[in-house]
Design a protein around this ligand. Structure first.
Ligand code: HEM
Length: 109
């Protein structure tokens, strides 16, 4: 799920710019972190140690970036999974994307 999601991200011009050109993400490090993050949120496996929000405050992103992120994230889930955990993944993705945007001041109240 994580690998195929970031394959989609990398094919999207808007998001790929942020990940690859702006942040020069080291995918060998980022992907395992994301496995741990989602392992925790969806399966309760407490491996992820980190604070997801702060890195995002430095990024050149607007709400349109989050809209694309969410669209790709949900499409990726729907292509491969169905059922309660798949639904939870989509809800969590939505909630976190929304929370990030509020905290970054990208949304009007
Ligand atoms: C516009 C949408 C987003 C963009 C452009 C974005 C971009 C990034 C970038 C560039 C990093 C740093 C990677 C690195 O250098 O290691 C990162 C880390 C991360 N992102 Fe996002 N992100 C977005 C949305 C989200 C959302 C909605 C979530 C959660 C559902 C999320 C979860 C994380 C996590 C867990 C990390 C790892 C933080 C750490 O522990 O170092 N991101 N993201």
């Amino acid at each position: 799920m994580v690998n195929s999601f970031y394959e989609k991200v990398n094919k999207d011009e808007l998001l790929s710019y942020v990940f690859n050109d702006f942040s020069k993400v080291n995918w060998e490090k980022h992907l395992p972190k994301m496995y741990q993050f989602w392992n925790y949120l969806l399966l309760g496996i407490p491996e992820y140690k980190g604070r997801p929000f702060p890195v995002h405050t430095q990024l050149p992103v607007e709400s349109k970036h989050f809209d694309v992120w969410l669209r790709l994230f949900k499409a990726n889930i729907d292509e491969q999974f169905s059922g309660p955990v798949a639904d939870m993944a989509k809800v969590k993705g939505e909630q976190i994307a929304l929370t990030f945007q509020y905290r970054m001041g990208l949304l009007e109240d």
